[in-house]
Design a protein around this ligand. Sequence first.
Ligand code: NA7
Length: 541
Amino acid sequence: MPGRQSVDAVIVGAGFSGLYQLYRLRELGLSTRVFEAGDGVGGTWYWNRYPGARCDITSLAYSYSFSPELEQEWEWTEKYPTQTEVLRYLNHVAQRFDLLRDISLGARVVSALWDDTTARWTVTTDAGEQVDAQFVIMATGVLSAFKLPEVPGLDRYRGRTHHTARWGTDEVRFDGLRVAVIGTGSSGIQCIPLIAEQAADLTVFQRTANFSTPAGNRPLDPAQVAEMKGSYRAYREAQRTSWYGVPAEPPTELALSVPGRERLATYEAGWAKGEIVGLISCYADILIDPAANESAAEFARSKIRAVVTDPELAEALSPRTFPIGTKRLCLDTGYYETFNQPHVHLVDLRETPLVEFTPVGLRTTDREFEFDAIVFATGFDAMTGALNAINVRGRDGVSLAEEWAAGPRTYLGIAIAGFPNLFTVTGPLSPSVLSNMIVSIEQHVEWISDCVAHVRSAGSAAIEATPEAEAGWVQHVAEVGSVTLFPRADSWYMGANVPGKARVFLPYIGGVGTYRQICDEIAADNYRGFTLRAAGEPAHT
Ligand code: NA7
């Protein structure tokens, strides 16, 4: 059994969040240890290696801003970077800033226990290593606890199985095979066209049809890159004050206040941008007013009908069960076109639900299917799954998973009452998945680092959110969310994709600029809503 190390901080996870958090804590002079479950750095970009895996924020925007030198020296090659390219970037960052020496790879954290008498955490890994730390920063990712379909028999299936979020490093080919893909979220929509190129026969099992826009991906124009590199500082500032971490003029007009023909032209222009929010940001009320939303949704459905030649199939692929934008929008390259190929089939699981897996394939309420390989693109226990998978216990041994049984409660999505010196990067009830993640990650890491510096310079042992401040934030997040159409969708934003999970709108939709302002004001107001505990002061009661 390895000995017990004592450090200032433990960071859990070495993706975009964990790498930058390590960089910042080192700058502050903290001794820091990072534990990463994967055998390499990269987090989401390490695990999700499925064919077609690509970021749906443009590469020039989806990158760190903290180092102008890094910004200048790194060369992105495409409008939307592939998984391989983002992972190469993160490995470069880890090496360039000499981060690897404090990172333990292949080490999964299984518990984090707070000791109120010493005001320190004990973090334990799956190998039994224990580290004792003043601070713990959970950089565990918002889409990292993957999920499988909740039907029996998977252990009986004898063919190959792959999950998009655990693809592995060996090349996977489907040449000549009968393949099933289950799930039509971003991952399914990205991998289906490429799997169809190889498979002899492909059946897509769709539970909910999704909205997807052609990405219009292309090699980056050197002139555009040069222009961005010449104005990066101003661009980054604009990102930070924007609504979702990508600068854009906010729409002011209401969808139904303009004549139909003008609205269609606006939708065409929004669609042609090839951006996830291209269509829904055409008007100010698309995520608020059901009728406005339906006008955008119907426009998107007309695009599906224009591509898919069989009208019945086009209808089956057309989302009808939720307002557009309230489930994660997708970007694709040839997704709908794929269904025009004779060897590609669609099974609507709402009409004929999945019953079980069998030794040779699977069975729906309608019939049995045989497959050589099944690909699960069935998503994640989003935002809370990775945190709840760790046995986190705060003051009085209270379990985080139990505290959150009725839905996560946080202050700013960063801190949790009863869990001193514990921080969550892009945690539940922060903008997180409703933003360009890198902008949100940098903001959180910087705020957390400033907070840690504040605690240390005050000579304090611990900082903790008050239950009142937390309750106020939980209420604010819910109120802002309830103005929108998001609560109407059975989405992973609402926890609805995981049976038994509390139905709570998990991200904060106030916008990253507004949210940053709130966080900054709280810090400037002597960390309003937090209590500091002096070293040697008796434990809380
Ligand atoms: P998503 O977006 O959660 O998509 C998962 C898909 O799998 C979705 O179509 C689900 O249907 C479907 N699903 C989930 N469970 C089942 C079961 N039990 N049976 C059938 N179908 C099922 O995950 P992704 O990996 O595609 O994307 C995650 C995010 O990564 C993405 O939004 C980007 O932010 C990057 P449902 O819609 O729940 O009915």
